[in-house]
Design a protein around this ligand. Structure first.
Ligand code: XMP
Length: 533
């Protein structure tokens, strides 16, 4: 792989994603991983990410010079660029000019390897206080900016390259080309990685992990769990059972649709449907804190899976005891066969749940940080390294129907995290009615593929005064949160046409008695997250 060494950058995984867009497989590793371990993975190239520190600050993550001396092509970005310069005896210092946001580059050397074919001037995204003022010996300076005398350098002989800006973000005009120049020209890597590889590799990995065991897969109706199930089905056939947990937090008619779509999407895997509404609502009674809700929902999911698995095994006559004390089974030949739990966990879930080293825990995604500690399953997570768009590509390649592949994301904890305040059946019904109207109007307006998703959020503890039919009302607001996004890591609020918003607002306030106000969330991510909890 191409290894991205994460120096505490907020979007190190974005770099990995861009590398994969160049058809080269890439993974992120923490900067705390020793150089020997990084090199032992035989990376085709290494990319050093940005990071929040100043290279000379106490406790700043260090770059082990061994990384630069191993003959492996290296590209440093922002902090990684400065760390490289410092390690090679260049000069890094505060120039007094901090550059944040769009910055004009000049003196671009289009005959260099890294910036080959680029314009002489262009806009790039910068975010730094210190600058490289002198390149290390033997390096060519190949671009400058007002605050960075050395904005990029390279030493093609040693295959070492660096830029001060962030080519991985969309705001850098020709950022992707910089990465591709590095990968294809500088490092000489063929663009050969495709979703077909992901499928082969994952099927093999699943077989190796599960061995003779059985697996159950929690199905949510979304693309992630469907693709995960399809991969596991391919790997272990009918030793997979899918479980759909109706936790009572789904949207209108959703459970019925999921059951219907199931047959097409998993190549005939077995499906068990569990009605667990009462169990979840009882567990959520009186709870208002978002993280507590997430943890409770995560825990209840697992308890239901455990029960479902015990039932399945009992049905097959292979369970010993009452299934309460863990799930080792006797197996056909009497040897212990393990039970696995398949989850459609994606890379962003892992990172945002604090799984990336040094990354903050923003929220506990129910299938990662929300898992109980006494988990009796071993997890199978074939999508753990993938981004949503990659999962969609894998789903298409596996032949899943478009209705599943292009379904808008819906969070595992469902409407439970879209009611701000306590979750009750009554409030869920109100939100379901409002949400169904918003979805129907968005679909009717042909917006389903333009917007990433549109949570509808019930502010259940807020009331406002209104007037309807000559009478005073004192109802709740709902928030429309339509967003556009590529991978849910960042998002912008979607500019839904006013007529559509107007129809949604009129219909919701007319048709849902308890709601007398509809408001629009116009916050990007960051600083907001997509969901309100
Ligand atoms: P946030 O709110 O973190 O959401 O900006 C990013 C994306 O993830 C979805 N989401 C979840 N999906 N389990 C899931 O399966 C979860 O616990 C969860 N929380 C958020 C959210 O809908 C958006 O697409």
């Amino acid at each position: 792989p191409v290894l991205v060494v994460d120096f505490g950058a907020q979007y190190a995984q974005l770099i990995a994603r861009r590398v994969r867009e160049a058809n080269v497989y890439s993974e992120v590793v923490p900067h705390s991983m020793p150089a020997s371990e990084i090199l032992a993975r035989e990376p085709l190239a290494i990319i050093l990410s940005g990071g929040p520190s100043s290279v000379y600050a106490d406790g700043a993550p260090r770059l082990d010079p061994a990384i630069l001396e191993a003959g492996v092509p290296v590209l440093g970005l922002c902090y990684g660029f400065q760390a490289m310069a410092a390690a090679l005896d260049g000069t890094v210092a505060p120039t007094g000019v901090r550059e944040y946001g769009a910055t004009r580059l000049s003196a671009i050397d289009a005959s260099s390897q890294l910036l080959a074919g680029q314009d002489l001037e262009q806009n790039v995204w910068m975010s730094h206080g210190d600058s490289v003022s002198e390149a290390p010996a033997g390096f060519e300076v190949i671009a400058t900016s007002p605050g960075s005398p050395v904005a990029a350098f390279e030493h093609p002989g040693k295959r070492l390259f660096g830029v001060q800006w962030h080519p991985e973000v969309g705001h850098s005009d020709r950022g992707q080309e910089v990465l591709e120049n590095f990968l294809h020209r500088g490092a000489g890597i063929e663009p050969a990685w495709t979703t077909g590889h992901v499928i082969e590799e994952q099927v093999e990995r699943i077989r190796a992990q599960v061995g003779e065991g059985t697996a159950i897969c929690g199905l949510s109706g979304g693309v992630d769990s469907a693709v995960a199930a399809a991969l596991v089905q391919r790997a272990i056939g009918d030793r997979l059972t899918c479980v759909y947990v109706d936790h009572g937090l789904m949207r209108q008619d959703e459970s019925a649709q999921i059951e219907k779509a199931f047959g097409d999407s998993t190549g005939g895997a077995k499906l068990v449907v569990v009605d667990a509404e009462k169990r979840f609502l009882d567990a959520l009674a009186g709870v208002t804190d978002p993280e507590t809700k997430r943890k409770i929902i995560g825990r209840e999911f697992i308890r239901v899976f455990e029960q479902a698995q015990a039932d399945i095994l009992r049905g097959q006559g292979v369970l010993e005891g009452d299934g309460e004390g863990g799930l080792e089974t006797a197996g056909p030949d009497g040897a212990g066969a393990k039970t696995f739990l398949v989850q459609g966990t994606l890379y962003p879930d892992v990172v945002e749940s604090g799984g990336g080293e040094g990354a903050a825990n923003i929220k506990s995604h129910h299938n990662v940080g929300g898992l109980p500690e006494d988990l009796s399953f071993e997890l199978v997570e074939p999508l753990r390294a993938l981004f949503k768009d990659e999962v969609r590509a894998v789903g298409s390649e596996l032949g899943l129907p478009d209705a599943i592949v292009w379904r808008q994301p819906f969070p595992g904890p469902g409407l439970g995290i879209r009611i701000i305040g306590e979750v009750t059946k009554e409030r869920l019904d109100i939100l379901r009615a409002a949400d169904a109207i918003a979805r129907a109007e968005m679909t009717a307006a042909g917006l389903d593929r333009d917007i990433w998703q549109c949570p509808v959020v019930l502010l259940a503890d807020v009331r406002s005064v209104g007037v309807q039919g000559d009478g005073r009302t004192y109802g709740h607001p709902v928030v429309l949160r339509p967003v556009t996004s590529d991978d849910a890591m960042t998002a912008d609020w979607a500019k839904v046409p006013y007529e559509v918003l107007s129809r949604i607002s009129t219909r919701i306030t007319n048709e849902v008695a308890e709601i007398n106000r509809v408001v629009l969330d116009v916050t990007s991510k960051p600083p907001g997250t997509i969901e309100w909890e």
